[in-house]
Ligand binder design. Structure first.
Ligand SMILES: Cc1ncc(COP(=O)(O)O)c(C=O)c1O
Length: 460
């Protein structure tokens, strides 16, 4: 089924005709989960897809439709779906047992790989998710500095816990989101990315800043890019102020390079949060960083210093199955050109999609960095040239836009109808298994989508 072959069919009608199984499952799910969903980012009108399996760069839904996949397990699948080495490692670990309530050799090998790959990783603490990793990083920073306040950049996502829930998609003034204590929100200072004067002002007004946390390529994997010069400025500023700098590399770690963004630009934060690729597409996370900060978690060191230890539990921390998937993945990434391959595909894909926009005379842009792809649908109708789009200058305008306005959903639907899945950004992450065939399918799907949206009058 394709929008190009059915000129009288709207994208919505085409989507509904090809996905009756997903519609049926959504009906069941709505009786069990709020909105029928298990993650807010999977929200999609009129209903989301239900997937049965994936292989490399593609996946299939319950109706047998095949999609080139850029949702990519929320960015965790840099080696694509069902990679043979990762799958074999998971099977072998599973066959030995899933939980020993004890240390095991795999957690040591996993941490050795992380400390060898990530420059800031002198010590490692495993968690169960990226959310837990940023929660622990902020607690450690507060305990280490004895200060209360953290700086959070507008638009940046660090998981869903109370300290970082304002300012991602709403509450840009830092007021608490519903259900969050005012006392927590009061200690979170909101800042604008790339605004040197603004961050300098914040530091001169507040002498009690424990930590600055940010996504180092910019919000949503560079959808709202951060300039490298700003990161260098933050490094200097935080060092002078005795503030802990935390790079949230949950997405970028092991993706933009085997050593994350910090390795590429040579800026080493005090702590880094990791997840997704870290555990090879299985649940897991880690906070890593300076030994003197991690001493706060150490029974012996804290006893010797007569200080209270920072507590940390977690039933499934460093579980053997996630560790096996993580080891298999990190070994491949550290010994092959997988990251570079995904990055090269990203650059080529963005260029080709911009050619489509220019051929079709549509003033949108496909932008991003490394293995990311973002479709800017130009809600204010600005005069832009797709191939020369400067996303940095648009960051202030992007931040305050509601996330799920109409056009991104329409674009995603058009791509789905034409066999490509992106998230509702609309954005995508690329794996090392995406190749020429997927590139061709994606560019054709994008062109068919643009033409269908023109036919429907959604774009002029
Ligand atoms: C930059 C960033 N930080 C933290 C998180 C939270 O990670 P998790 O979903 O594993 O809790 C995410 C998740 O998408 C993320 O993109």
């Amino acid at each position: 089924m394709s929008a190009t072959t059915l000129p009288n069919t709207t994208l919505l009608e085409a989507y509904q005709a090809m996905t009756p199984g997903s519609a049926r499952l959504t009906e069941k799910a709505r009786g069990l989960f709020p909105s029928g969903l298990t993650h807010d980012s999977r929200h999609f009108d009129p209903y989301p897809l239900y997937i049965t399996h994936g292989q490399g760069p593609v996946k299939w839904d319950v109706d047998g439709n095949r999609y080139v996949d850029y949702f990519g397990g929320h960015g965790s699948l840099i080696l694509g779906h069902h990679h043979p080495a990762v799958t074999a490692a998971v099977h072998a670990a599973y066959d030995r047992g899933t939980h020993f309530g004890a240390g095991h050799e795999a957690e040591i090998r996993w941490a050795e790989l992380i400390t060898a790959m990530i420059p800031s990783a002198e010590r490692v603490r495993f968690t169960n998710s990226g959310t837990e990793a940023t929660l622990m990083a902020l607690r450690l920073a507060r305990a280490y500095t004895g200060r209360q306040k953290i700086v959070h950049f507008r638009g940046h996502f660090h998981g869903w816990h109370d300290h970082v829930s304002s300012g991602y998609s709403n509450h840009f003034d830092g007021s608490p989101t519903v259900g969050v204590l005012t006392g927590i929100a009061d200690n979170v200072l909101m800042a604008d990315p790339n605004d040197v004067a603004g961050i300098d002002r914040l530091f001169s007004d507040h002498k009690d800043i424990a930590a600055v946390i940010l996504e180092p390529t910019g919000a949503s994997f560079g959808k709202m890019p951060i300039e490298t010069s700003f990161l260098r400025h933050l490094r200097d500023l935080t060092k002078q102020a005795g503030t802990i700098l935390i790079f949230d590399e949950v997405v970028t770690g092991f993706r933009v390079s085997p050593g994350g963004l910090q390795k590429v630009i040579g800026v080493t934060p005090d702590m880094t949060t990791l997840a997704k690729i870290l555990s090879g597409g299985l649940p897991g996370g880690a906070v890593v960083g300076r030994k003197d900060i991690f001493d706060l978690l150490d029974f012996q060191v804290m006893k010797a210093q007569g200080k209270e230890k920072v507590g940390h539990q977690g039933t499934f921390n460093a579980n053997p199955v996630s560790a096996a998937a993580g080891i298999a993945t990190l070994e491949i990434l550290s010994t092959t050109d997988a990251c570079e391959k995904a990055n090269a595909y990203g650059a080529a894909l963005r260029a080709k999609m911009n050619e489509v926009l220019e051929d079709e005379h549509v003033k949108w842009a496909v932008h991003g960095s490394y293995s990311g792809m973002h479709i800017f649908t130009n809600p204010d109708g600005e005069d832009i040239v797709p191939s020369r789009f400067d996303a940095v200058s648009f960051v202030p305008r992007m931040i305050n836009k509601p996330r799920h306005d109409g056009m991104p959903v329409k674009v995603r639907m058009g791509l789905l109808v034409n066999g490509v899945d992106v998230n509702t950004g609309p954005s995508g992450t690329i794996s090392a298994t995406h190749g020429e065939e997927e590139m061709g399918l994606t560019v054709d799907a994008f062109q068919a989508t643009i033409r269908a949206l023109k036919r429907e009058g959604a774009i002029g």
